[in-house]
Design a binder for this molecule. Structure first.
Ligand SMILES: [Zn+2]
Length: 98
């Protein structure tokens, strides 16, 4: 049987990446495109914050190790193996300890 949360990890990774990129874009837009201190700037910053919170919710919900269920919050976009069970998050193979 296929582990049910393998696809969730991929989904969470993709979604959190999209949310982070959207948040960064909104923050940059608020700095570059609209007058400082304007209502539009406040709205863009708020929207950016909402995306950051969304990214954390997605990470919390979906970014778990497919093998032991450990939450993977830090470095979710770059990490390749689980810090607890040392299995590759994509292939499930055991990685050698360095
Ligand atoms: Zn694990």
């Amino acid at each position: 049987m296929k582990p049910s949360y393998t696809s969730n990890f991929e989904y969470g990774k993709r979604m959190s990446k999209i949310c982070m990129i959207a948040a960064i874009c909104l923050c940059l837009m608020s700095l570059l495109l609209v007058p400082a201190g304007s209502l539009a700037q406040g709205a863009l910053i708020l929207a950016g914050m909402a995306f950051i919170i969304g990214a954390f919710i997605v990470m919390y919900k979906y970014c778990r190790c497919p093998h032991c269920g450990k939450h993977i919050m830090t470095g979710v976009l770059v990490i390749t193996s689980c810090p607890r069970c040392h299995r590759n998050l994509n292939t499930g193979k055991k990685t050698k300890k360095r």
